[in-house]
Design a protein around this ligand. Sequence first.
Ligand code: XMP
Ligand code: MG
Length: 187
Amino acid sequence: MKKFGSGGKNMREMIDKILITEDEISKRVAELGKELEKEYGDRELVVIGILKGSVTFMSDLIRHIDKPILVDYMAASSYEGSESTGHIKISKDITVPIKGKDVLIVEDIIDTGNTLSHIIELFKEREARSVKTITLLTKPSRRQKNVEVEYIGFEIPDYFVVGYGLDYNQIGRNLPFVGVLKEEYYK
Ligand code: XMP
Ligand code: MG
């Protein structure tokens, strides 16, 4: 990314192609929410969003779970630009106690799986009753760690995508769909 900004263009004009439309996302998110509602029943569920990418997905998802749940966020990242650094940094921890609780990690995308495998390990060390993961997107072709992901919104090819919470160097989170940025914004 040359600099933050679009040179006067709207966000949509910065997109090369739309991979997943607003409609497709909202249908799938509703399905996943209902699946979770059934799965957890009356068990005490702590839903933990990994900042910042999961925020849009999570805020839509939890409104389809018609049960009492606890919500928290953790800031953890293993990325610089579009290259994985292979390690994770936790810059904001959760405040809800999870010992003995069912935990659901909410991710925007699972790429190499490095970030997620660290987070699962951490929550297991903290003695959560169960730790499962839901992700909006997964890029199976890029996986390095063999992590289990119980709920998946969409499988995508190896594009660097933005929108619906996902960013390229912080740009693009506010797009309502998932799309691919035009090359000129990351070359
Ligand atoms: P790993 O490799 O640990 O990476 O599974 C997960 C994190 O990497 C970021 N990521 C992306 N972010 N578009 C994005 O906006 C992408 O295509 C993409 N691929 C990986 C993301 O922060 C995710 O949580
Ligand atoms: Mg992220």
